[in-house]
Design a protein around this ligand. Structure first.
Ligand SMILES: Cc1cc2nc3c(=O)[nH]c(=O)nc-3n(C[C@H](O)[C@H](O)[C@H](O)COP(=O)(O)OP(=O)(O)OC[C@H]3O[C@@H](n4cnc5c(N)ncnc54)[C@H](O)[C@@H]3O)c2cc1C
Length: 273
């Protein structure tokens, strides 16, 4: 009997995709749109790479109805090499990976999105998703904090967000002396504290530097939010993204497969927070 041929895809092998758009956001970050359309949840990530350089995990910052968008900050080897690319060049992508935000289970809620710096990138995926499923959610409130006006991400989208949602942008230091996008000086936690909001039918999504997340969680708790109403997006050094290399493991949980999105009650007791 002739043996049936089976093809098993190697999950480590990425596929090449063309860059449709390369947009510089700030002096050290850029957004690429690639000719890849995949089904994914907001908050999931892909491994992005270049031959001979390497690969790294990057959150998808668009909705799955559109071509994939990735906002990348230049911090090292791979991300600096990616920053030299242009429209028409090819990048390698594998994924999507991880557990994203459980948007389907949160239907009927208002969404409070709180981001700090490059942590706004995975949260943009929620904003785009909610925009494409507008009838499923009530109010959208965005609190986005940056170090200075020069660090503000997604400036092309901010005008639209300002018209449609409750938007407050904060900058730690207003180096320009003029406020764009109605930004105010202070921390994003100050904006949260002064916001009149209850936990009633509300889900909060937080992503940013660990210190910012810590204080935002405290403020949310002060405002009556329960642990299971708070969703955090986490980052750990990782290589495989498939739960094999164990680099991203925190006390029995893999950031790559159990996360990167966790409900606060799932991780609040883990040792390194
Ligand atoms: C799930 C997930 C989603 C991410 N999403 C984004 C995103 O949307 N946009 C973005 O710009 N970045 C994102 N990152 C971070 C990004 O993967 C790292 O900045 C990238 O790996 C750096 O690669 P590099 O080769 O340029 O730097 P390297 O030369 O490898 O590293 C530069 C320095 O950063 C440290 N480092 C690298 N990765 C991490 C990490 N994950 N945590 C802590 N320290 C690290 C290295 O140890 C080194 O000190 C994400 C990370 C994870 C785990």
């Amino acid at each position: 009997m002739a043996k049936q041929k089976t093809t098993v895809e190697n999950p480590y092998v990425p596929k090449p995709y063309k860059i449709l758009e390369f947009h510089r956001e700030t002096s050290d970050s850029f957004t690429v749109k690639a000719d890849m359309k995949i089904n994914h949840d907001p908050g999931q990530f892909v491994q992005v790479g270049l031959p001979g350089v390497g690969e790294c995990p990057i959150s998808i910052c668009s909705d799955s109805r559109e071509f994939i968008q990735l906002n990348i900050r230049e911090v090292g080897n791979v991300t600096t090499a990616l920053s030299k690319l242009e429209q028409g060049d090819t990048i390698l992508i594998r994924g999507p990976y991880g557990k994203g935000y459980p948007m389907r289970y949160l239907k009927g809620n208002s969404l409070l999105i709180i981001g700090g710096g490059c942590g706004v990138a995975p949260l943009k995926g929620i904003i785009d998703y909610a925009e494409n499923h507008r009838g499923d959610y009530k109010k959208l409130s965005l609190l986005l904090g940056y170090r200075s006006p020069d660090d503000i991400l997604f400036q092309r989208e901010l005008v639209e967000w300002k018209n449609k949602y409750h938007l407050q942008v904060t900058v730690d230091k207003n180096t320009h002396g003029k406020f764009c996008y109605g930004a105010r000086e202070g921390f994003v936690t100050d904006a949260l504290k002064s916001m009149d909001i209850s936990n009633n039918n509300q889900a909060a999504f937080v992503c940013g530097p660990p210190i910012m997340m810590k204080f935002v969680i405290k403020s949310l708790k002060d405002k009556g939010f329960n642990d299971d109403q708070i969703f955090l997006s986490t980052e750990r050094l990782m290589y495989c993204a498939l739960g094999v290399c164990c680099h991203c493991m925190i006390k029995g949980k893999f950031t790559c497969v159990d996360g990167p999105v966790f409900r606060y009650d799932e991780i609040k007791d883990l040792e390194d927070g």
